[in-house]
Design a protein around this ligand. Sequence first.
Ligand SMILES: NC(=O)c1ccc[n+]([C@@H]2O[C@H](COP(=O)([O-])OP(=O)(O)OC[C@H]3O[C@@H](n4cnc5c(N)ncnc54)[C@H](OP(=O)(O)O)[C@@H]3O)[C@@H](O)[C@H]2O)c1
Length: 199
Amino acid sequence: MRIFLVGANGTIGGAVARELAQRHEVITAGRSSGDIRLDLADPASHAPAMAQAGKLDAVVSTAGNVHFGALAEMTEELWGIGLRDKLMGQVQLALAASRVLADGGSITLTSGILADTPIRYGASASLVNGGLEAFARAAAIELPRGIRINVVSPNVLAESMPSYAPYFRGFDAVPAAKVALAYSRSVEGAQTGQVYKVL
Ligand SMILES: NC(=O)c1ccc[n+]([C@@H]2O[C@H](COP(=O)([O-])OP(=O)(O)OC[C@H]3O[C@@H](n4cnc5c(N)ncnc54)[C@H](OP(=O)(O)O)[C@@H]3O)[C@@H](O)[C@H]2O)c1
């Protein structure tokens, strides 16, 4: 397969690239890293980036920014970061992908454990992650040409704990290599409309 991976330079994306590159051709993309430049928050950049990548069998996003902050201090602008970047960025990417993917291709997006389990300062992440999972379930029944869509919802990563630990006390962090297997299930499996939780 030829797989377009947005966020390949990140903690999750790097592990997904290592897992999938063993069996497939991975074309990497990011705002400032990777083979091709694409900004999730700029939908106009999505289709040209995928056109540059050529024929694609799978599009995977392991990217998306949200603002972490106290609920009482969230402003419209701060909510907007997560809505524009991680939520609508991945939604728009999925829609652009559905127009160019090969028949039977797949789309895999990234949400996160905060969809189900809240933490202090994580309201925007919870909102966005829940939205992504609902979107994928809905999109799965309308996507054309046998194209599938799933979401991976990872627990906090062991590799991210040096900076995230104060927010995730008591969470049983998972290794990036284990999270990467869920992306393999989505891309190389047959299911659609699923949320793969890696706990
Ligand atoms: N780490 C965790 O513990 C964890 C747990 C659950 C869910 N998640 C979610 O998983 C996603 C990735 O997390 P991570 O820890 O792997 O992040 P990360 O290490 O910061 O990596 C993010 C990657 O995405 C790219 N990127 C960032 N913003 C982008 C944008 N607007 N458009 C295109 N590419 C962009 C970055 O490259 P450039 O800088 O070159 O753009 C980088 O390659 C996030 O949405 C996060 O909320 C993370």
